[in-house]
Design a protein around this ligand. Structure first.
Ligand code: NI
Length: 165
């Protein structure tokens, strides 16, 4: 396994829309292993392939407190079940290091994805997994958490991150 380099905002490659995974082979398993190692090494709870400059619909995640429940989502998609119930969470992102911002998202969704064998799975998650998976699926669409903020706030974050390079 190896740690991959994470792209940071405002790198334009983070705006790429990822392509569906069609081959469920050894290289896909290797990609998810490397992504998990990268996520754990940075203490993140989720990572999308877009963030490591691989433009495939692949997400890894671990929202357990013990950091011992790695999860892999291939070709994930969701439908909003109800807009009535919302969940506000102070989100962070390995591509926007050092910033946490409160973002409100629907918390009742139907989530569909595939595992590493290509099996189709479905769930109706709640709480942290619900917001985390929406954050990560946004990455696959080239969207970032800063897009939910005001232009003023986004520009301030961009200026601060540009200074660090
Ligand atoms: Ni992120």
């Amino acid at each position: 396994m190896s740690v991959m380099k994470i792209l940071t905002f405002p790198d334009p490659r983070l705006r790429t829309v990822a392509a569906p995974v069609e081959k469920f082979d050894k290289s896909l398993k290797k990609l998810t292993d490397d992504m998990l190692e990268t996520m754990y090494s940075e203490n993140g709870i989720g990572l999308a392939a877009t963030q490591v400059n691989v433009h495939k619909r692949v997400i890894v995640m671990d929202i357990s407190e013990e950091r011992n429940e790695p999860r892999v989502f291939i070709n994930p998609e969701f439908e909003i079940k109800s807009n009535k119930s919302l969940y506000t969470f102070s989100e962070g992102c390995l591509s926007v290091p050092g910033f946490n911002e409160e973002i409100t998202r629907p918390d009742q969704i139907i989530l569909k994805w595939q595992n590493l064998d290509g099996d189709n799975l479905e769930d109706e998650p709640e709480g942290l997994l619900t917001v985390c998976i929406q954050h990560e699926i946004d990455h696959l669409e080239g969207k970032l958490m800063v897009d939910y903020l005001s232009t003023l706030k986004r520009d301030r974050i961009r200026n601060k991150l540009n200074k660090r390079i």
